[in-house]
Design a protein around this ligand. Structure first.
Ligand SMILES: *[C@@H]1O[C@H](CO)[C@@H](O)[C@H](O)[C@H]1NC(C)=O
Length: 216
C-alpha cells in the first residue's frame, strides 16, 4: 500500500514537471518588461516595481479590424510581451486573427506555445499535423463559439470557409510564442536555402523551387 502511494506521488511529480514545459512560473508578483534594460536574459529584465503603472498591464486595440489586404487574406494582431510589457514572465499571450473571405493563416508553428482558438465571427477550418512519421492531419470546421487547441510546436493553419469575414481570438501559452511560417522559412530564407537541396527535399525540379523562392 505504502509503495503504491509512493509510486502515485512519483507519477504526479513527473506529470507536474511535464506540465511546466512552457514558460516557467514567475518568481515574483510581476516583472514588467523593461525593454530598455541592458541585461540580456531569457525574457526581459524587470522594470522597477515602484515605477510600474496600470498602463504596463494594458493593451488597447483588439476591437480594431485587421487589414487583410495581402497575399494570404488574413491578419494577426498579436498581444505578446512586445505589445504588453506586463506579460513578461507570465507565460501567456493572445491575438486577434481577421480573415477575408477564403483568407488563410498559412501553415506555421509556434516553437514555444500551445494555442487555443475561439471563433468570434464566421466559419473557420482549422487543422494541425502530427509529428513524423505519421504526419496525420487533424482538421475540423468551426462555427462561432467553437474552441480548438493546437498542441505546442505542431504545424497548423486556419482558413475562412464561411460567407463574409471571419474573426478568431487565440490564447498562447507563452509571453513570446514565436512564429515560424513554413513557406517563408523554407522558401524565403535569407540567404536562400540552396535550390538543389530543396529540389531533392520536395522531390521536384530545381526550376519549380526557383519559382516558389521568387514569391518570397
Ligand atoms: C491595407 O493594406 C494595404 C496593403 O498594404 C494598403 O494598401 C491599404 O491602404 C491598407 N488599408 C488600410 C485601411 O489601412
Amino acid at each position: 500500500m505504502a509503495s503504491s502511494h509512493i509510486l502515485f506521488v512519483g507519477l504526479m511529480m513527473i506529470t507536474c514537471s511535464i506540465a511546466l514545459a512552457s514558460d516557467s512560473s514567475p518568481l515574483q508578483d510581476f516583472c514588467v518588461a523593461d525593454s530598455k534594460g541592458p541585461v540580456l536574459v531569457n525574457g526581459f529584465a524587470c522594470k522597477d516595481a515602484k515605477l510600474v503603472q496600470a498602463s504596463d498591464f494594458f493593451f488597447s486595440g483588439l476591437h480594431l479590424v485587421g487589414n487583410t489586404s495581402n497575399a494570404v487574406g488574413s491578419r494577426v494582431t498579436p498581444v505578446t510581451v512586445g505589445q504588453l510589457p506586463g506579460l513578461n514572465t507570465l507565460g501567456i499571450s493572445m491575438a486577434r486573427i481577421d480573415f477575408a473571405p477564403w483568407g488563410i493563416n498559412p501553415p506555421h508553428t509556434h516553437p514555444r506555445a500551445t494555442e487555443i482558438l475561439t471563433v468570434i465571427q464566421g466559419s473557420i477550418q482549422v487543422g494541425f499535423v502530427t509529428s513524423n512519421p505519421e504526419n496525420r492531419l487533424i482538421n475540423k470546421v468551426l462555427q462561432k463559439g467553437d474552441v480548438f487547441v493546437f498542441p505546442e510546436g505542431l504545424v497548423h493553419f486556419q482558413r475562412n470557409v464561411g460567407h463574409g469575414n471571419a474573426i478568431a481570438i487565440v490564447g498562447l501559452s507563452s509571453q513570446n510564442p514565436g512564429v515560424i511560417t513554413v513557406a517563408n522559412a523554407v522558401f524565403g530564407a535569407k540567404p536562400d536555402i540552396p535550390n538543389d537541396l530543396l529540389a531533392k527535399a520536395f522531390q521536384v525540379e530545381v526550376n519549380v523551387v526557383d519559382q516558389i523562392q521568387s514569391k518570397f
